[in-house]
Write a protein that binds this ligand. Structure first.
Ligand code: DX5
Ligand code: ZN
Length: 217
């Protein structure tokens, strides 16, 4: 059964606490928080103050996905805000190794993220040091996009490396995930599914979390 990470990018911002409680009670393990800077991706969302405000209202793992240029400068702020997992896009920094070290030294879990156009080979040198790898299954920037099936092979490649080398990182998928697309991801080795519009655009977000779990039993 896959772990579920509802993305609050698609939640109701004026009733955010209610939406968070719904997915928490439904058994979602993570809460996925998308940070966008308007430069790395063509959209802007929220910053460390937002994570700090959410921290006291849930015990779910706060899974912060940084879609920002120069992420190194922001890492201490997100660590202080209470992020549990911090993901850095490999495309956004010339120093991915250093960025992951900063996260780990700060006491959070370190995640490396790859876009649909980025090969697994780009992150092989840091796989020994990560707690989680995020395979983007859409181009980042917006919720509600269509799942890109060509990304599934990269999940399988990562899972093969994981088994061969005895690593224990989680493999997360993000973008266009629903109760159909999650099946191939899970079979290929994904262990965490981010879902925004599938969960929060529905009348009953709790049922959607359960549907993702039931599809991967
Ligand atoms: C996209 C974000 C996603 C987004 C997913 O850039 O990284 O986390 O919220 O939304 P859905 O599940 O609607 O594709
Ligand atoms: Zn995301």
């Amino acid at each position: 059964m896959i772990k579920v990470a509802p993305s609050i990018l698609s939640a109701d911002y004026v009733n955010l606490q209610k939406d968070i409680e719904k997915v928490d009670q439904a058994g979602a393990e993570y809460l996925h928080i998308d940070v966008m800077d308007g430069t790395f991706v063509p959209n802007i969302s929220y910053g460390p103050g937002f994570v700090k405000a959410i921290r006291p209202i849930t015990k779910m793992t706060l899974d912060v996905h940084l879609m920002v240029e120069h992420p190194e400068h922001l890492l201490p702020l997100f660590i202080d805000a209470g992020a549990d997992v911090i993901g850095v896009q490999v495309e956004a920094t010339q120093h991915i190794h250093r960025a992951l070290q900063i996260i780990k030294n700060g006491g959070a879990k370190a995640e490396v993220v790859i876009n649909p156009g980025t090969p697994v080979a780009m992150i092989e040198p840091v796989l020994h040091m990560v707690d989680q790898v995020l395979v983007m299954t859409v181009n980042p920037g917006f919720g509600g996009q269509k799942f890109l099936p060509e990304t599934v092979d990269k999940i399988a490649q990562l899972n093969a490396i994981k088994q061969k080398k005895g690593y224990d990182f989680d493999i997360e998928v993000d973008g266009g995930v629903n109760d159909k697309t999650v099946i191939d991801c899970y079979k290929a080795g994904a262990t965490v599914a981010v879902a925004g519009s599938f969960v929060f655009d529905a009348a009953d977000p709790a049922a959607q979390v359960k549907a993702l779990k039931n599809a991967t039993k």
